[in-house]
Write a new protein. Structure first.
Length: 454
């Protein structure tokens, strides 16, 4: 009888939808009024943030700077959990080299052969701990520092370095719980610009993409508590985009965009569902895919965007539409709302289009971002359940804008930091941004004073 009960209970569990590991208890304590930012792309990993009401009139002097710290280089984003801030960097060899490190191309500075995971008090900027380890970049392109945002879940920090070093650290102390290496442990091959897809947690699994020549090196799942391998799947090169968990027609699917294919596998077992060819120049599969209306969208640079229609069965998927002229994204993940999507096109700037058809509605003629940039970048985040977005562009300007099918409406703008490609973090009533030399905390211009926040 007991065995029968266990079988029935297990079958019920297998039908329940999985969730990317972002439990509310880990994000927001009862004393916090607004959400924190514990992983890549925010609390839900989709570029949405439930924050305070933000004023549309900002001080002419810019946002109030709460604190600033000097750090090493890196393109990786920032994560904030339980009022602790986490990021990765690669320090320079001298103060003179730190001067050379400013700007997008800070990789030209001479740096130490180490990477660091840093933890700061998010309210004061006091450094709480640092974990460093050897990392030899050799002649890696854009070798200024790590590319990944840390993932913080259940008082553990999961990180991935540029050369494939994986760590699970104690979030309070920085002590090592377990570690792995994507190349030596799983047969991976470091992509041209280094590993960049953030560790992706689903239940008690950590999803990583070593990318190698042997079967089973495209995707691996590790036990989040021990680092032990749980499954591996497919053979493909490593892309730069963080994976995406979706739930469609009662079935979970893990979507992975590689330089050659868009793949779907079962997140519990790694079993292959489908693949759609999409070979991209120089392997620049960068922006994380999105899924809405049963349609998966990937946005590429030279080859443009592709939309994949999912079928009734998990093995069914087909190309719905593609656009190689007006919807050519690069690093910036698109946003979706009410049947329309917003994408940073490399030529025309921010572009609005019908999600189901790819029909272009408007572009902002590069108002949001510098118009002369060869590699335009901006991180777009929906603010609450509104049409307003917080945007940090590559010049370091923070923008509050309204995005609707009617057009782009800029409400406020202020310089927050120097040139940057790294994604910021929003937590409670603050914004955090980093460049190749600085980490800055700013006060958002909200309807209530920051001093009123618990």
């Amino acid at each position: 009888m007991r065995s029968l009960f266990l079988i029935l209970f297990s079958s019920i569990l297998l039908t329940l939808p999985l969730q990317a590991e972002t439990p509310a208890s880990d994000l927001i304590s009862s004393q916090k009024q607004y959400e924190e930012w514990p992983q890549w792309r925010g609390p839900r990993g989709d570029g949405t943030w439930q924050g305070p009401a933000i004023k549309t009139s900002w001080p002419e002097t810019g946002l109030k700077k709460l604190w600033e710290r000097e750090i090493g280089g890196g393109y990786g984003g920032i994560s904030v959990s339980h009022r602790k801030l986490y990021l990765m960097d690669r320090p320079v060899t001298s103060p003179e080299e730190q001067e050379k490190a400013q700007g997008i191309h800070g990789h030209r500075a001479d740096r130490q052969d180490i990477e660091r995971v840093l933890c700061f008090d998010a309210l004061t900027g006091k450094q709480l701990w640092s974990h460093s380890y050897p990392a030899v970049y050799d002649k890696l392109d854009y070798g200024n520092g790590p590319r990944c945002a840390p993932t913080v879940v259940n008082n553990r920090v999961y990180t991935l370095g540029t050369m494939g070093d994986v760590f699970c650290l104690d979030a309070k102390t920085g002590d090592i719980i377990w570690k792995k290496q994507l190349v030596t442990d799983f047969g991976g091959k470091v992509p041209q610009w280094g590993y960049a897809a953030a560790p992706y947690l689903i239940g008690d699994l950590v999803i990583l993409m070593p990318g190698g020549t042997e079967q089973g090196t495209a995707i691996v799942a590790l036990d989040s508590n021990t680092g032990k391998e749980r499954w591996r799947s497919l053979q493909d090169e490593a892309g730069y985009a963080t994976p995406l968990l979706i739930h469609h027609n009662q079935q979970d699917q893990l979507i992975v965009w590689s330089p050659n294919q868009i793949h779907s596998v079962d997140p519990r077992t790694g079993a292959h569902f489908w693949s759609v060819p999409y070979k991209v120049t120089y392997g620049v599969a960068i922006a994380s895919p999105i899924e809405k209306e049963g349609i998966i969208l990937v946005a590429g640079y030279w080859e443009g965007s592709k939309a994949i229609q999912l079928g009734e069965k998990p093995e069914q998927a087909e190309l719905l539409w593609e656009d190689r002229r007006a919807l050519r994204g690069l690093m910036s993940q698109p946003l979706y709302r009410d049947g329309y999507a917003y994408l940073l096109d490399k030529q025309f700037g921010l572009t609005c289009f019908e999600y189901a058809t790819g029909k272009k509605i408007w572009d902002d003629d590069n108002q949001m971002t510098p118009g002369n940039s060869r590699n335009p970048q901006a991180s777009l985040v929906w603010l609450n359940n509104s049409s307003r977005a917080l945007i940090l562009n590559s010049e370091g300007a923070l923008i509050l804008a309204e995005l609707t099918p009617a057009g782009y409406k800029e409400l406020a703008r202020a310089r927050l930091i120097g040139e940057t490609w790294a994604h910021p973090a929003y937590a409670e009533t603050r914004v955090y941004a980093r460049s190749n030399t600085k980490l800055v905390a700013g006060e958002l211009p909200i309807e209530e004073s920051i001093a009123d926040s618990p």
